[in-house]
Design a protein. Structure first.
Length: 258
């Protein structure tokens, strides 16, 4: 059990290797082999109550909380369930990501997929960096509800550059906390090479944007090809008609015949 616990806690925060200061990189390793990798930029938008100027009414403010570099991480890897836990600012904030691998029935038969099945965000409104004069400060938990995100075929990594918003419901009077994720690359299962992601599975938004970028080029190439074919056909037709004997249209030119 002690050896297993040590393996679960063999984690590395490699955020300093990212050229983007808002992007974090986390690695979980067991038996000296990478079993979970995650790269992303994350920010939380958290509503909280403060007193109005009359000290009678409550008004809602908004805290924008980025995931800080230098965060502490824990991780667990399993055949069908994996977890990543990230804490920062002396554990005033903790993000927990839960991944699940399962089989799906498709037109090709039974296939395995993994997904982000649950998110839990613990935050302390007594922390003064992002919360100013919060009423009844204390710890709250915001959780996802029936989440099925980042769905990816087993053996592949999930990649999405576009920003995604996931709503969480907080224990603080059922307030809605927004998690903003971008530049995501995640693989919680079936990593075959140490510190190396498997083949990527792009999110639908990235696929659509890539299509929108390449479609004008494809249409331009098709149009250019049509123009070239048209010119070639015209040139061939003109050459063939030029070599044919021209029959005179003026009947007077037939007098020498006969």
């Amino acid at each position: 059990a002690a050896a297993r616990l040590a393996a679960e806690q063999e984690v590395e925060n490699l955020s300093g290797l990212s050229p983007n200061p808002e992007k974090d990189i986390f690695v979980v390793r067991e038996n000296r082999t990478t079993c979970l990798m995650a790269e992303f930029a994350a920010k939380f938008i958290v509503p909280y109550d403060v007193w109005a100027s009359n000290y009678v009414d409550l008004i809602t403010e908004q805290a924008d909380i980025p995931l800080s570099r230098g965060a502490e991480i824990k991780g667990k890897c399993g055949a069908n369930e994996s977890e990543l836990e990230i804490s920062w600012l002396e554990q005033a904030y903790t993000l927990k990501l839960f991944f699940l691998k399962e089989g799906h029935n498709t037109s090709r038969g039974q296939e395995a997929f993994w997904r982000l099945s649950r998110i839990q965000f613990i935050y302390d409104t007594a922390e003064r960096t992002y919360f100013k004069d919060a009423v009844s400060p204390g710890k709250h938990t915001a959780s996802s509800h029936r989440l099925s995100a980042l769905v990816t075929p087993a053996g592949k990594s999930y990649e999405c550059q576009a920003q995604q918003t996931i709503s969480l419901i907080s224990s603080d009077h059922q307030k809605s906390v927004q998690l903003l994720l971008s530049e995501v690359r995640v693989q919680p299962f079936d990593i075959t090479a140490d510190f190396v992601f498997s083949e990527e599975h792009k999110c639908p938004v990235d696929q659509r944007e890539q299509l929108e970028e390449t479609l004008p080029l494809i249409l331009g190439l098709i149009l250019g090809l049509v123009i070239v074919i048209t010119l070639c056909v015209y040139h061939i037709h003109h050459k063939l008609t030029a070599n044919q004997v021209q029959i005179p249209r003026d009947r007077s030119q037939y007098k020498h015949m006969g």
